[in-house]
Each structure stands twice: as C-alpha cells, then as structure tokens.
Design a protein around this ligand. Structure first.
Ligand SMILES: Nc1nc2c(ncn2[C@@H]2O[C@H](COP(=O)(O)OP(=O)(O)OP(=O)(O)O)[C@@H](O)[C@H]2O)c(=O)[nH]1
Ligand SMILES: [Mg+2]
Length: 432
C-alpha cells in the first residue's frame, strides 16, 4: 500500500473483512449482522461482504456446510478479503478447517470482543482481566499454536514429544492464570475498601447500566460535568468511573459501567461481573436504552441487560429506565416511545433535553425510600428540629401545640431510629 498523502489516520489501515454467520431460520439476520459489523469496525476491520448460512446448527467440523464453503472461498477471493470474521465462538477444529480451506486468517466473535477489550482497557485491573480472558481463550487452542515446536520435544513416556512440550506450555499458562487471579483478588479487596468509605459517606449512589453504545458515558458527562471519553464504538468504557451531581441541595453519586452485549464470551463474564459489582452497590440502577433503535433490536437489548442484571444479583435494586437519544426521534417517534416504555424517562444526553427531569426522578426514588413519621418535639429541644432540617428530608407539616412542635416529615429509613424518642404513636390512624 502506498501512503503518498500526508493525511493523518486514527490507526492502521482497516483490514478488509468478510463476515460469516450461521443462523437458524427465523433469527433476525439484520440485527445480528449489524452488531457483528459494529464489532468488526470497532476492532479495526472494514466489512467488505457478508455471507449467511441458514441452518439449525453450525457444522461441527467446518462451521458451514460443504457447498457453502465453496461459495465462501469464491467470495473471499473476489472481494480481496484479508480476514474472515465469524459470528460465533469457533471450536479449534472448525477454526483450523476454515483457515486451511481459505488460506485465510480467521477471527471468531470471542476473539473480536477480546481484541476490543484489550484495546480499550485502561486501568491495571482492566488489563489483568483482559489478559486472563485471553489466556483462558487460548489455552484450549494451544495445540495449534505450538505445532512447530513438536520436534524439539524430549520424547518421554507414552506421550509424543509434541505433547510434552504442549504440557509444559499449558502448565506455564495455568501458572500465569493463577497469578492473574490472585492479583485480581487483591485489587478487588482494595476496591471494596474504597467502596466502604463511599458507603460511609451515605451519599445516594446511582449506577448507569445498559447495552454498549447507548450513551451511558455521555449521560454521566452531561449530568456531572465529567469528561469520560465518548466514542461511537462498542465497549468504549471498561473501567467504572464515579462522579457526582447536585439536585435540590443534595448530592448524588453516579457510576458509569462497562456496556453489555448479547452472548458475551464466557471468558469475559467473570471480569465483567467484578466490574459490574459497582452496580450492585448502587441504590438505584439507571438502565439506559437507545431510543433511536428499531423496536426489535431495542427489545433484544433491554432483555439482554435485564438478564445480566439479575444474573449478577442486581435484581433487587430498583431500576429506573432511561430512554436516551430522543433527539433522533420526531414527534410520532416520541409518541411511540411513550407507548412502548411508559415508565422510562426520555432524555437526550446530546442536547441536554430531559436531564432535569431525570435528576428529579432520581431524587424521587430516594424520597420514596423515606418513612413517613410524626414527631412531637418539646419547645426546649429545638436542637432536634435543627437536626431534622439538616437531614434535608421533606417536611410535610409543622404545627405548634401546647406540648411542643408537631412535625409530619419523611425521614430516610436509617435515620428514623435517631428520632425515636419523639415519635408520636398512632400517627397512621390520624393521618388516614
Ligand atoms: N444523537 C445522540 N447521540 C448520542 C446521545 N448520547 C450519546 N450519543 C452518541 O452515542 C455514542 C455512544 O456514546 P457513549 O456515551 O460512549 O456510549 P456508552 O453507553 O458509554 O458506550 P460503551 O462505553 O461503549 O458501552 C457516541 O457516539 C455518542 O456521541 C444522544 O443523546 N443523542
Ligand atoms: Mg461508555
């Protein structure tokens, strides 16, 4: 390739990729391929053609059927493709068969996602997690990698010389895996300590969760004035970031988290889940949805996110749905959205529309977790009243009586005990 011009590029020239998927009848080809295209693009591959085979299951040996393989070869050549991108995790046998048949480099969906994670990992923890996932992916595929070393082996026992070399390599890889797991455990402990400190501050915490590329980081930036990088790429954010915003004189913490995707490689689930632990500590999860997507794609993403949330044990945490990117909808699109997701808060992180409403809704969730109480505070204990006001809790009524001040207020659950001596029993029957 000649590089005559002085034009600056973001990265190396993208490779020409032929995309391949096997899908059963009835599967949604468009949304599946759209996602594969985005994954490829994010990993630096320019899709030049796509081939789909409709069949119930992939062929165990070649991934596609024999006839399709011929079509694949032809297309690979005629489109001058440089890499074959497959929409599934291939097993090592399938991968080799495709590589041999096409004399091509073959990258499967798992490797694609691992590559993207590797490019985007910033923190020490993120990098260790990705390395661990890559090792776990490579371990069962090592046979092929070390073929060339077979003849160097020593020839011991019943195993071939190649096998013993392979065993050495596997042992080294396993040792590295153990080491990485230990380091990650240590880092997790540190994070838990930081989190405890945060919990002590008792500031209400909100976590942004959602499918990748829906605009979580953009919302974090818009709400808090943070400057988390935002890109139209998948998995831009891997490390959680926490910032705060104020509303009605109270401070709220917001944590941005890694995005979700359907069929997340199993090797990443563990690392992913530990990053998502941040979500578990939140008082409220904001489930961000891309409102500009076609209906079926939107539903699939919502479902994928809800599944992961319940899998990591976040099912108990209250969820507030946020429909982002409404600047891309016209009047009728907005009405349809309101019908489809009546509880979601419509916002545009890009224009700022709806963000005040979002803050108010967050504040409301927290005020819902208050207990309605009635207190009788004697006149000579004015300090109690100033404590009460300092909480910033909503005061619904204040009345002076002979014995003291009667206050009807909503107290945060955990503060009710502090005011127990002043509680007026039977408040419910009176307030009806
Ligand atoms: N039109 C429009 N685009 C938006 C809006 N919010 C975000 N985007 C764009 O959507 C893309 C993804 O935004 P991010 O904030 O990086 O998305 P994310 O959910 O953090 O993505 P990951 O970190 O990759 O999971 C970027 O190109 C943003 O500019 C919005 O309200 N309107
Ligand atoms: Mg992000």
């Amino acid at each position: 390739m000649t590089s005559g011009g002085s034009e600056l590029r973001d990265g190396p020239e993208p490779e020409r990729g032929l995309l391949l998927a096997v899908m059963p009848k009835g599967a949604d080809i468009d949304s599946e391929l759209a996602e594969l295209r985005e994954l490829a693009r994010t990993a630096g591959v320019a899709p030049v053609a796509e081939i789909v085979q409709r069949r119930m299951h992939a062929d165990p040996r070649r991934y596609v059927g024999k006839g399709k393989l011929e079509e694949l070869k032809e297309s690979y050549g005629s489109h001058r493709a440089e890499v074959l991108v497959v929409d599934d995790e291939l097993d090592p046998v399938q991968q080799r068969a495709l590589e041999d048949a096409l004399a091509a480099r073959v990258v499967d969906r798992t490797q694609l996602i691992l590559d993207i994670f590797a490019q985007h990992a910033v923190s020490a923890e993120g990098k260790l997690q990705v390395e661990l996932a890559q090792l776990e992916y490579n371990l069962p595929r090592m046979r092929g990698m070390w073929k060339h070393l077979e003849r160097l082996g020593g020839g011991v026992g019943t195993r071939g010389p190649g096998e013993s070399q392979l065993e050495t390599d596997r042992r080294l890889a396993n040792r590295r895996i153990t080491l990485l797991r230990r380091r990650l455990r240590e880092l997790r402990t540190h994070r838990a300590t930081r989190r405890k400190a945060r919990a002590r501050s008792e500031t209400p915490t909100v976590a942004l969760a959602g499918y990748t590329n829906v605009g979580k980081s953009t919302i974090l930036n818009a709400l808090t004035g943070a400057e988390v990088p935002v890109e139209n790429r998948l998995f831009e954010t891997l490390d959680p970031t926490t910032r705060s915003f104020e509303h009605g004189g109270k401070r709220y913490l917001v944590t941005d988290t890694v995005g979700f995707i359907r069929r997340l490689p199993t090797q990443l689930v563990e690392g992913f889940a530990s990053t998502l632990e941040e979500t578990l500590l939140a008082d409220v999860v904001l489930h961000v949805i891309d409102a500009s997507l076609p209906d079926d794609l939107m539903s699939e993403q919502i479902e994928a996110v809800e599944t992961v949330l319940s899998e990591i044990g976040a099912g108990e945490i209250p969820v507030l749905r946020v429909a982002n990117k409404i600047d891309r909808l016209d009047g009728s699109g907005r009405r349809r959205l309101a019908n489809r997701l009546p509880d979601a808060v419509p916002v545009s992180a890009a224009t700022g529309e709806g963000l005040d409403e979002l803050k108010a809704r967050v504040a409301e969730v927290f005020s819902d977790r208050f207990d309605e109480v009635r207190l009788l505070v004697p006149y000579d204990e004015g300090r109690v009243l100033s404590d009460l006001y300092a909480l910033g809790a909503p005061i619904d009524e204040r009345k002076d009586t002979d014995e003291g001040v009667i206050v009807r207020a909503r107290l945060p659950h955990r503060d009710v005990r502090r005011f127990a001596p002043y509680l007026v029993v039977g408040a419910e029957s009176e307030t009806g």
